[in-house]
Design a protein around this ligand. Structure first.
Ligand SMILES: Nc1nc(=O)c2c([nH]1)NC[C@@H]1CN(c3ccc(C(=O)N[C@@H](CCC(=O)O)C(=O)O)cc3)C=[N+]21
Length: 293
């Protein structure tokens, strides 16, 4: 058997097209485009690449992009002051501070300083709490993308066993919450879990979000399962190569022979993250406009 490949690039393009339509309607109605501010501190090359593609795709979706680049030695207070200015700027609907921040900057206070109504990463505790409580809020982009891809093959998740490996605030916890909201029976696994392989073999839906290249082996997968690989790991460059290969948390070549459907890396969850960042920006813009009316 060969698993169906879930095409994150194509799905992301669909989501972005829907966002572009709603963005045009927003602009016609409110006389301004939805706006996303991206803050990049320092010059980590991987972050530069992500930010560049966020800026390009934001504009392609008919939204305003505001880029703020700060030197790596920026003081914590100066970063907080920028966040407060963006909070107060009515042209800015969404604020994304690219993570990780260079040492010794502390992301915690920065996330707390972002107006929850503009927190398009969904990382502010108010939004995390809203997700758990079933209240409207902003949901982290990668979990939404992972869920969207899972739904393309499992539109109904009622009673399915879902196992999430990884318990980060950014991915593991919110993705588990979304699966629970979809009536799956959810188990969260992590580095202390006993018999992780055996647990994974119970999963109809397996979400890997640990950041360890190829950790999930083929024999951990229940035949026919839906495998969502959230890991984006860059391997060390092979001889003569400038960049290493991107691989997921799942040993793809093994898994593809067992799973029913699987997301590739690259071309899986990664592109969805940016598509839902744009969707969150639009949602934030629409809600803020409603409140201001
Ligand atoms: N505040 C914040 N929010 C984030 O959402 C955030 C962040 N900080 N810091 C870094 C991570 C990483 N991230 C990715 C987004 C898209 C791809 C993506 O599109 N990847 C392509 C491949 C890109 C390539 O070839 O390098 C793919 O998987 O097909 C990957 C990774 C968002 N992040």
């Amino acid at each position: 058997m060969q698993a169906k490949l879930i095409d994150g690039k194509a799905e992301a393009a669909n989501v972005r097209a829907a966002v572009a339509e709603r963005a045009a309607a927003f602009s016609a109605r409110h006389g301004r485009k939805p706006g996303l501010a991206v803050v990049l501190v320092g010059n980590d090359p991987a972050s530069e690449v992500y930010v560049a593609s966020k800026v390009r795709l934001t504009r392609e979706a008919g939204m305003e992009s505001f880029e703020h680049r700060l030197p790596a030695d920026t003081a914590q207070d100066d970063l907080l002051a920028l966040v407060r200015r963006l909070n107060a700027d009515d042209a800015v609907d969404g604020i994304l501070v690219q993570l990780p921040l260079p040492a010794p900057l502390d992301a915690g206070p920065v996330i707390l300083a972002i107006d929850p109504a503009k927190d398009v990463d969904g990382l502010h505790p108010e939004n995390a709490g809203r997700l758990v409580a079933g209240l409207p809020g902003l949901v982290p982009c990668t979990p939404m993308g992972a869920m969207h891809l899972a739904r393309t093959v499992r539109p109904r998740m009622d009673g399915l066993n879902a196992v999430v490996i990884g318990r980060s605030n950014l991915v593991g916890k919110p993705v588990a919450q979304l699966l629970l909201n979809a009536n799956a029976t959810v188990t969260m696994a992590h580095s202390r879990t006993q018999d992780l392989a055996g647990l994974c073999r119970t999963a109809d839906i397996l979400v890997a979000a640990v950041g360890r290249p190829g950790m999930v082996r083929g024999d951990w997968i229940k035949p026919g399962a839906t495998v969502i690989d959230v890991g984006i790991n860059r391997l060390p460059p092979a001889d003569g190569q400038a960049k290493g290969r991107l691989v997921g948390d799942v040993a793809f070549d093994e898994a593809v022979a067992v799973a029913g459907a699987i997301t590739p890396v690259p071309g899986g969850v990664g592109p969805m993250t940016i598509a839902f960042l744009l969707q969150n920006t639009l949602t934030a813009a629409e809600r803020r406009a409603d409140v201001m009316r």
